[in-house]
Design a protein around this ligand. Structure first.
Ligand SMILES: [Zn+2]
Length: 378
């Protein structure tokens, strides 16, 4: 509570000075005395540790000048940190009633009030505040509003904001967000054509191509699935582990296995370990196991990887039948180690999981969870 006093003393001093100056001009001595006395009363309550009454007194004195707005904002922020949202809201609402506020200050208070509402779960009130600000092209308001729609799974409203104000969506996270909103709505309504509306957004968004490929795959339209997933493989190779096995099935279903191998040969230099393992599988299928072993060994020397090591053991077991069972036994230990490792990791906050989430459950960023990399990854 002592920090409250430090915060409020300058407010009281500034207020006394302003009122003193004004009183000389407009003879407001009486009012000044009254409010100063109320201030003293409020501070006394605080000193006496009667916090509730003290704060009520001070909040009720808010019809002060614009000079003290900053102090009140700090005070409200402190209430919010303490979880006293009703007080933070009260201060912000009273501040907004001050007639002398300039536009930037007013927007600052509106944003702060919307944040209080969000924290208090009063999404409707927050939305109302924020929509006004978004119309005034306030980007901070747009981000908060978009987060509310994400939190409430209101994909339709988010898309509607994007369609009304597309030029405001300049930040990468907002672009990824809106693309994922289209995907969520398309899946919810089972109208995949909605995804096509966003597929050309000017950023490397992963999910639309992935979902379109997956939907085609389920419908056994393998040609279309290949088309979407090939584009995705070229655009965002780090996501290859998510769909490479199904992509291979597509080629096989269409009797185009040789085209799949050509694709793998083309991508092997820049691809991760799974592409390299697919390449080894191809070499083995054409009786070039020795070449596969030397390729994988050289690759692991450059970039050690536990999955690669396990596959190398598989290849060695094929070539060395006499010690095959022993190698298999070692490999089963390696595989049980791999099973303990998370397949996905958020590149923003480090959250790890066995599932691919399009929005990180921890930091809520869109498409920040990618297949794990490095020694234990892909
Ligand atoms: Zn995260």
């Amino acid at each position: 509570m002592i920090e409250l006093l430090f915060l409020l003393l300058p407010v009281a001093a500034a207020y006394g000075w302003i009122m003193g100056r004004n009183s000389a001009r407009n003879q407001a001595d009486q009012q000044s005395r009254e409010i100063t006395s109320q201030y003293n009363k409020g501070l006394k309550y605080l000193l006496d540790r009667e916090e509730d009454q003290g704060l009520e007194y001070l909040i009720n004195l808010l019809e002060v000048s614009a000079d003290s707005v900053e102090h009140y904002l700090t005070l409200a922020a402190m209430f919010r940190r303490r979880g006293e949202l009703d007080r933070a809201i009260k201060i912000h609402e009273l501040l907004l009633k001050q007639p002398a506020l300039d536009n930037p200050t007013k927007e600052l208070i509106q944003i702060a009030l919307a944040e209080d509402y969000v924290m208090a779960g009063m999404f409707d009130c927050a939305e109302e505040q924020l929509l006004v600000l978004v119309k005034q092209k306030n980007l901070q308001a747009l981000e908060i509003l978009f987060n509310i729609y994400q939190q409430t799974s209101d994909w339709k409203k988010g898309i509607s904001i994007f369609e009304q104000f597309p030029t405001l969506f300049t930040k990468q996270q907002l672009k990824l967000g809106v693309a994922n909103f289209y995907c969520e709505l398309a899946i919810e309504k089972q109208q995949l054509k909605l995804i096509k509306k966003i597929i050309n957004i000017d950023t490397n968004v992963v999910r639309p191509l992935y979902e379109l490929g997956k939907a085609s795959f389920i419908k056994q339209d393998y040609l279309k699935a290949i088309s979407y997933w090939r584009d995705l493989l070229v655009q965002s190779p780090q996501y290859t582990p998510v769909f490479i096995d199904d992509l291979e099935i597509c080629y096989h279903k269409l009797n185009l296995a040789s085209d799949f191998n050509k694709l793998i040969e083309k991508e092997v230099a820049r691809g991760g370990i799974l592409i390299k393992l697919k390449y080894c599988k191809y070499l083995v299928s054409v009786d070039q196991t020795d070449k596969a072993i030397s390729f994988l060994t050289a690759s692991l020397e450059k970039q050690p990887n536990i999955r690669g090591f396990s596959s190398l053991l598989d290849l060695l077991a094929i070539k060395n039948v006499d010690v095959g069972p022993l190698i298999d036994e070692i490999n089963s230990l390696v595989k049980s180690y791999i099973a303990t490792k998370s397949e996905f990791q958020c590149k923003h906050c480090g959250f790890t999981s066995h599932t691919l989430y399009w929005s990180c459950p921890s930091c809520k960023h869109w498409e920040s969870i990618i297949p794990s990399r490095g020694l234990d990854g892909f």
